[in-house]
Design a protein. Structure first.
Length: 56
């Protein structure tokens, strides 16, 4: 499963642990929105290409 984690305020202890566990059996991508390194269009593409999106 392709999972996208969007970290609004950067990583937390809980988000880091959950991402680690999910990474063992899934394709996981993490986007740190607080760094503003991705364009809006690229983010929308990532959202629609993922099977599950989790926003922190």
């Amino acid at each position: 499963m392709k999972i996208l984690h969007m970290l609004n305020d950067g990583p937390t202890e809980l988000s880091t642990k959950i991402i680690e566990v999910q990474s063992k059996d899934n394709e996981v991508k993490v986007v740190n929105l607080s760094r503003k390194e991705m364009t809006y269009e690229a983010l929308v593409d990532e959202i629609f290409s993922s099977e599950r999106v989790i926003s922190w």
